[in-house]
Design a protein around this ligand. Structure first.
Ligand SMILES: C[S@@+](CC[C@H](N)C(=O)[O-])C[C@H]1O[C@@H](n2cnc3c(N)ncnc32)[C@H](O)[C@@H]1O
Length: 518
């Protein structure tokens, strides 16, 4: 498997072979120098382990987290889950996006789809693809969490043996019921670091940049549900991810997905800074460096270089991040803009001001580091206690944090005052979602910057919408309306919404998108 960026880490053979213990009393014959040597080796090993843990990549943290998420049965998810409304709603959104963007282009000649699901997890979307309006012939699932991949394989096998539940008549779009009509393969692979062109079935279908002289990829749809934000740790990963997406798609193919909405993040961050300014004593400077869309590694006051797409070291222009309501028209360019202080309608997260150890370096603000997420305990440290300042202590910087009893977002350090994240990579926050995500590091995907970079890969924006708007627009659709009832988003016969306000606020953190490969 070739690497897109770095070299594949080799799995070292474990040297941890237990030796037989010395018999009792044997220690007495070990000399002092031998004991010292053993202690020194132990010390060295402990130090190596500490260093390994400190440098453990974010991908490793994410992989381990998803591997450890228990697989719960559908009955549990439908009855015992505290967030069953949110689960149903998110599944309905995914089904709707899959349905909307995998129709036959030439209705007269429908052909079976080839779908690549990057970050497929435990195969939760297999049933949705089974129920897509256009039949599939091939589904390829890729995810670095090998336990999840095994569970996805098992799920497909169960579907193939007719063991799935639900189906169109019983539970909507996410069960199966009928054996799948398509062939499926699953691979444990990091799709941001390694080229997917090395996976035999993907190579067979077709993989490559493509040009007007030759073919590109052979997939009709690449799907990335709740996954792409992990790629924005750095430029190499984000572009590695895009090279895999674009390399897999045929001309005219679609790239669909859902991710956290940077407009929501920006609104929350801007509101946080506004609150900070209000709390500031009226006289005198705060002494705090202001982060206002300037690269963190530049001296304060220097001008940002012009943004060149694809240039390793350039950030995007002070991006007027798009208003999230792009028109749903094929090939429509995303043109709406919004000023930096806009708050996404209907989504004004409550901001908590917590304190955190300083990330300021020499008056400049250090960009969030790509290290592991802070622990839940860190997160729950109460602000009043930490605000107790002794006279000789420097005031601790405060960090943006918001959420409710279901979800929580928290930046570990400073954030740009205008909510514009430049450069567009590496803006880490920790994310907690009840029953689903335990304090995993995620990265802001600054939308306009991402859209511009995607164009470099011949991916043109076709659709982008926040979840809440999708619900508003599609709830009475002749297909998606009844589907929402079958999936438990609302009661039967146009009954009440079964998603609580807190669940809807958590869902409103996300938006969905579709790009078109030109
Ligand atoms: C929130 S889960 C979503 C799973 C599934 N798409 C869904 O919607 O239910 C995010 C998934 O992204 C996967 N992921 C994280 N880093 C990845 C990478 N480098 N390549 C591919 N998948 C990745 C995780 O392992 C995890 O399964």
């Amino acid at each position: 498997m070739s690497s897109l960026g770095s070299k594949r880490p080799r799995e070292e053979d474990s040297n941890d072979v237990s030796r037989p213990r010395k018999r009792p009393g044997g220690a007495a014959r070990v000399s002092k120098s031998e004991t010292e040597a053993v202690l020194q080796r132990q010390h060295q090993r402990a130090e190596e382990a500490r260093q390994a843990a400190a440098t453990r990549g974010v991908e490793e943290v994410v992989r381990q987290h998803y591997n450890a998420v228990p697989q719960r049965g559908r009955d549990w998810r439908k009855t015992d889950s505290r967030i069953k409304g949110l689960r149903s709603f998110n599944n309905w959104i995914k089904s709707t996006i899959i349905h909307k963007f995998s129709p036959a282009e030439a209705e007269a000649e429908p052909y079976p789809l080839r779908v690549l699901d990057i970050g497929c997890g435990k195969g939760g979307d297999l049933g949705k693809w089974q129920q897509a309006p256009q039949p599939l012939e091939l589904y390829v699932g890729v995810d670095p969490a090998e336990v999840s991949i095994e569970q996805a394989r098992e799920r497909y096998k169960q579907m193939a043996s007719g063991g799935g539940r639900g189906g169109r008549g019983r539970g909507g779009y996410h069960g199966g019921g009928r054996p799948p009509t398509f062939h499926a393969e699953f691979f444990a692979e990091d799709a941001f670091t390694y080229s997917l062109g090395d996976i035999p079935v993907i190579r067979d279908v077709g993989f490559g940049p493509g040009s007007r002289w030759g073919p590109g990829g052979g997939f009709d749809v690449v799907s990335m549900m709740f996954c792409m934000h992990y790629a924005f740790e750095n430029e190499v990963k984000a572009k590695g991810m895009l090279a895999n997406v674009a390399g897999s798609l045929r001309k005219g193919g679609r790239f669909i997905g859902v991710i956290p909405n940077s407009d929501v993040i920006r609104s929350a961050v801007v509101a946080f800074h506004a609150q900070q300014a209000k709390n500031k004593p009226p006289d005198g400077p705060s002494g705090k460096a202001e982060v206002s869309g300037q690269r963190n590694d530049e001296p304060a006051g220097s001008e940002s270089p012009p943004y060149i797409i694809g240039d390793q070291d350039s950030g995007p222009p002070a991006e007027p991040e798009a208003n999230a309501s792009t028109k749903d028209t094929t090939h429509a360019k995303h043109t709406e803009g919004a000023d930096g202080s806009e708050v996404v309608p209907g989504v004004t997260p409550a901001i908590n001001v917590l304190t955190e150890p300083s990330s300021e370096v020499n008056g400049d603000v250090e960009k969030p580091k790509a290290d592991t997420a802070s622990t839940k305990d860190d997160r729950l440290r109460s602000s009043p206690q930490r605000n107790e300042k002794k006279d000789d202590e420097q005031p601790e910087p405060e960090v943006a944090e918001w959420g409710n009893s279901i979800y929580r977002v928290r930046f570990p350090g400073d954030t740009p005052k205008d909510g514009i994240f430049r450069p567009p990579y590496g803006w880490k926050y920790s994310f907690f979602m009840e029953e689903a995500v335990e304090e995993v590091p995620e990265y802001v995907v600054p939308w306009e910057a991402f859209r511009a970079i995607a164009e470099d890969y011949n991916l043109e924006l076709q659709y982008r919408k926040p979840f809440a708007e999708i619900w508003k627009e599609e709830q009475n659709h002749p297909i998606f309306g009844p589907l929402s009832e079958r999936m438990g988003v609302r009661g039967r016969d146009g009954g009440p919404l079964l998603v609580s306000d807190e669940e809807m606020e958590a869902a409103s953190f996300y938006h969905a998108f579709c790009f078109y490969k030109i």
